[in-house]
Every structure is written in C-alpha cells, then in structure tokens.
Design a protein around this ligand. Sequence first.
Ligand code: BGC
Length: 801
Amino acid sequence: MRQQYRFCSPRKILRPVLPVLLFALSFSLLAPPQTFGQNPAAVSLKTFHPNLELSDPAIEARVEELINKMTIEEKVGQLVQYSAGQPTGPGTGRTDYADMLAKGEIGGLFNIVTAKETNAFQHIAVERSRLHIPILFGLDVIHGFRTEFPIPLGISATWDPQLAERAARVAAREASATGIRWTFSPMLDLSRDPRWGRVAEGEGEDPFLVSAFARAFVRGYQGRRLNSAESILACAKHYVGYGAAEAGRDYNSTEISEHTLREYYLPPFRAAVDVGVGSIMSAFNSLNGVPASANAFTLKKILRQEWGFQGIVDSDWTSVGELMNHGIATDGATAARKAFQGGVDMDMVSSLYHDHLAHLVRLGAVSEADLNEDVRHVLRVKFALGLFENPYVDERKESLAMLLPEAVALSRDVAEHSFVLLKNDLLSKGSPLLPLSDDVKSVALIGPLADDANQMLGSWGALGNGRDVTTLHSALVKRLGDSRVHFAKGSEISTATDAQIKAAVDAAKNSEVAILALGENGPEMTGEAASRTHLDLPGRQEQLLEAVAATGKPVILIVFSGRPLILPWAVEHVPSILAAWFPGIQAGPALVRTLFGETSPTGKLSMTWPRSVGQIPIYYNALNTGRPTVQNDATPFPNGHDEKFVSRYLDESNLPQFPFGFGLTYTTLRYGATELNKSDLRIDWLKEGLTNTSSSAPTPLQASANITNTGSRAATETVQLYVRIEGTSVSEPVRSLRGFQQITIAPGETKRVVFSVQSEAFAFWNDQNVFGVEPARVTIWVAPDSASGTPAQVEIRNKAN
Ligand code: BGC
C-alpha cells in the first residue's frame, strides 16, 4: 500500500506555490535514487511531493491574519518550547508553564505523555491566552509509542521501508490519542562509527538506504493529511552531520567537506523534505567550526533556499544555549541572536529566545520581518495539523488506541524481519544448528538478556512498558514447556559472579543445545550519551560465552545491541550467531519463531560490522585511496615494499567482520553473473533523464542477474544493486548502493532479477559541487551484499564518441 498525498485543486494551489515548486523541482534531482524494480516500496526519485499543506493559500491567509494581531512577545512565544515532563537532557528548572501559557509565552511543550495532561495545558493556552493559539505537543516517539517496535537500526536491517511506514503509522495513531502531534523522529544521521551510541537510532551508513527509510517514516507519521487526528508531524534530525562526531564521542565536533555533506550526509534530509516532512531539528555538533544550530549555510542556504522547506526548524535540547559553550557567543543574548539568524525557528528548552528575542527586535539587532517569518513556520504547521479546530483529545479514547492486536502483530513481523543471521555453520552432522527442531530434547537458555523485559525496548522506549513485552524466556517456555528449558542467567550485563557462570555451564551440560542471549544494556549503553570505546560484550559476558562453549554443546549466540559489537572469538568459535538488536515488545515470539524456522531470517546489515575498534570509522562506500591494498585481507605481515606501502594496518585486516548488506538465511542462494543490456550510455540521454520528470522517460539501462535457491527452504532475499563510477572529476566510492528489491524464491527455483537503472544512479556531486553525470566507466554489481557479486561494465560517453 503506497501513501499518496492528496492534491487540492491544482489551479487554486499552484498560483502561490508555483515559484516554490519550480524552484524545488529544479533541485528535485539532488537526492539519490530510491528503490528500483519490483520492490513495492519503490518510489521514483522524480516524484516530487512538496508538502502542499504547508503552502496552502487558505492556511497562509489565516497565518497572516493572526500574525497581524500579535505583539512581539506573543510572536516570540510561538518560538519557545519546553520539556514539561520526564527530562531528556539537562533541565532549565522552569515550572511556571501554566503561567507562561496563559500569557502566550510558549509555542510548544514536550515530554508530556497523557491525554489528561495535554488537555490541561491546552485548555490554558486556548482558553486563557489572548489569541487562543493552541500548543503543539511533542515527544521522542522513535520506534513506537506504547507498541514498541525494534530500534531504528533494527528496522533498517529489514531493508523494507514499507514495514517502517506501517510501524510509524501505528506510532502516530497511539501518540496522537494522547494529544502528542509531533515526534522528534526519524533520525537520519549517517552512522559510520559504532562507538557513537546513537547509531541505534538511525538507519545505518548508506545515504540511499537511509533516504528510503526517511521517506517511509515521514509518510507513516504524517499520513495522507496532517490534519487527520491520527497524524503527527515528523521531525528529521539531527541536521546535519551529527553522526560524524569525532572519535564517536557524542556531541563532539565534525569536519565535513561540502562535497561529502552533499553526497552522503544531506540526501536523507533532502528525501524527507521531498515527501513533505514538517519539521527539522538542528543538531548539537559544530560543523566545520560553525555550530549546526547557528549554521546559515545548512539551515538557510541549503534547507530553505535550495530545497524550499516551509516547516519548522527546531533546535535540539538547549543547543541554542550551547552556542556559548561552542564559543561563538559569550552571552545568552548573542547566542539567541546567532541561532535565530542562523535559521533556528524554535528554541528547545534553553529559554534564550524567551529571555532575549523581543528585546533584540526592539533594539533592531534582529528584524521583526525575520521574526514574522519564523512565526509563520510554526503557525503554518499548527494550522495544517488542524490544532485550531481540534485542540483537545478525547481522554476516554486514549487507552483504546494502544496495543491493538494488529499493532502487536506488526511489531512481531517487523522484529522477525530485523534479525540478521550472521553465521550458521554446518555442524559435524552436516546440517546447520539453525533452525532448531521442535524435537530438541532440552535447551539451556543463558544470559542477562534472555528474560529482561525492559531491555527489549532499547533506548527511547517512549511509553513502552516492560509489562507488554514477551521475553525470549517466556516465549521459549511456551513453545517447549518448562521442563525442556534450563534457564540460567549466567551473568548480569556488566557484572557476574563465578557462581552465576558455573550455574550456566551446568545448565548447558544438562542440555542438548545452548542459547546465549548476550549484549548491551539497551537504555543505558545505546542511544544518546552512550558512546563506547570498547565494543565487546560488557562485563564478564565474553567469559560466560567461552565457558559455555567449552562444554562442547552447540551454541547459538543472540546478540542484543544498539550497534555492531566486536566479537572476533564468537565469530570464530560459535556456530550460529543472530543479531537481534533490541526487538521491542514481541522480542520473544519473534525470536522463537525464527529459531524454530517458522520464519527464516531475512535481515541484512545496514551498518558494516567491524573486526576491531581500530578499524572504525569503517563503511563500505569508502574511496579507493591512491594506494589500495591489492588484496583487502592484508593480515599477514607485509612481505616487501609492494605489500607494505599500501593503505592497510600491520595488525588487522582491512576487511570488516561482516560487510554492509550482509545477512544469511536458512537456505543457500547462488547469484549468477551481472548482465547489462547495453555497453555504452550517451551522456546527453542521462542528462535528459535527470531533468525529465515524466515517468515515461526511457530507462537508460537494465541490470540483471539470475538468482537460484540451491537449498531446501524458501527464501526472501534482498537483492542489491551497486555501482562504481571512475574517470570522473571527483573520486567516487568503491561501491555505492543504487537499488534493492526483495524477492521470494522457492527451493530449486531460479529468478531473474532486473533493475531498471535510471540516470540518477550514475550521477554524483562533482568537483564544483554540482549534481550531474560525467563521461565515466561504470562497474555494476547485482549482489547479495556490498562485498560480493560479479562485476559488469558500461561506459558513459559523450555524444561525439
Ligand atoms: C536529543 C534529541 C531529542 C531531544 C528531545 C535531545 O537531547 O538529541 O534527539 O529529540 O533531546 O528529547
């Protein structure tokens, strides 16, 4: 099911927005191409969906009418936002929200989570303030509201944006029932460094994949119409470059060239804007020396002028105040002025707009026209959400919206699709350990994550409640009965006693097979302010794993984590490893169905899985360098100059443990050679393809491969299309994802997978920072992951050639 934006009468709408449309259209080719081919989530890149609700002339008229009545203080009030519930950052210490609301001094509140409370605050704003402007309530609804889904990194491992869209829709329905009409999601920061805890909140390292999920999340949250009572405003965050925090330390500085910004970090945000995201959050980090929350280049030039964004730019939590820590302001008034002039509309929590902005306008330090423009962004959204017509929610219906059976079923489905089978070796009997048979005599279930309900919610659990979670332990007992499950916790997450480890070893000795549920502390060690330098299993879990494996019993390791962990011993010695992320409320049933083969794993990594911390940052779409290793696996000490003076480590392979895009299933697949239907492409045709927005534009190239299921079980496979472009004005990566599609293949069956490769697949940001195509040699792979597949080549030639 594809969401469509409903278009109003084109005549009515086009006149005022035509300049914006034309302007935006001319930039609509900036984002990378979406999924090609048969994937039902495919949306043509050229489908341009400006948010017409944010440029509706009827709304604009109401906005202007209201602005004309507002005092400077009331205008500033619309730009002020506070947390009035459980804090998610350092607080302001304010408690006088009721008073401020009555005076029209607040535009938005967040972290309030019940209908009773949102209604209570809304009554004050609507009934007691002079202009009766409703409040916009927000919350970090990151991977579900009450029905918790897997963490976003897990959702992205599904490689199925439609699942993300449906999950976001469920979250929107539940959150809106409490009066929350704004979520600070999706996080679209590229994640190349797993030391950074927030990789758990994003969709991985690849701009193409993150963009596909960006569109899906925005569509899911915002629905067909923002003014549906069940729609919530999405917020693409953290704009921009936050994921490149140096050394993976949260909030750290970033240095990103304009080329790298445009080619890798910006496209997911552009994708969100293209499908009408209503808000953007400015990030904490400094970007090339200018804090992202005062960065006119990214917030004004790119976001507003180039992309025509019409919604709200919200600061991150106190990021306006933090301009002083960054050192670009030495007092609050200057910080407020710089954030405001840099393009931040709303000041989240720091209170500096409240304290200084009106005075700055009166002094003439900032213009009232600019103030009006920022207020317009906020009011426009409030009108579009229908808040003026329907400011309250029905408290009696709130609980009825939560945990509907279809929502819970979807949560299980998403979880099942998010698991990535990293390893499933054949045992001595000749078959792999997974899937388990129902005839298994007994299972030792070991580990701190086996029966900890709250952990399954990961970080940013919103209203997720451990009571709603079915753990692996309870699901396994349900399946096998109490007597066949020998449960021994074996360890806490960060500590263990010898007695705990011994009990686990005993449980394994008494069982046919051992399942170890190990990993990180979801709420504490993943997400915000959760950077780590040691990415191994915390505490004594590695020791526990090795002790259990030493019993000689076959071991299945389930890794619960918000990032790839460094597990070299396990990868060498443990026969079956499943990355489960933090799967949400249906963790247990989803895992048990997967373990027993009722469903087969289909997930693929959306982030490269490193071998050692020293390799980080590591990502598949890297540049080749001038001295690439001839053979990537340069583990042996270099033998002679040719092996030494290359881009390598002396003590570690360049290869990751598992590459981006990798994931096994319970069958085996054989990929045939990549075939192209042409060997030459004319550059003028490609150029035309970039600007021709009609869907009937001819497809420049078809890339295909035969894929055969050589095993005995059906498989759903995510087939990936990669390109390498050489001979161009800038270095392009050794591979870039340009498409993916999911197919199901029966045992013994061969399917031909065809990608229609559009012009955008050959385009990139050149040495002048212009997006386009150049004469080039292009290598193409139709592959199961970013490290395999057979190459095929095509030349892009000038017309004259
Ligand atoms: C985080 C944001 C979040 C905000 C509001 C900040 O600390 O960086 O991602 O949306 O708090 O909770």
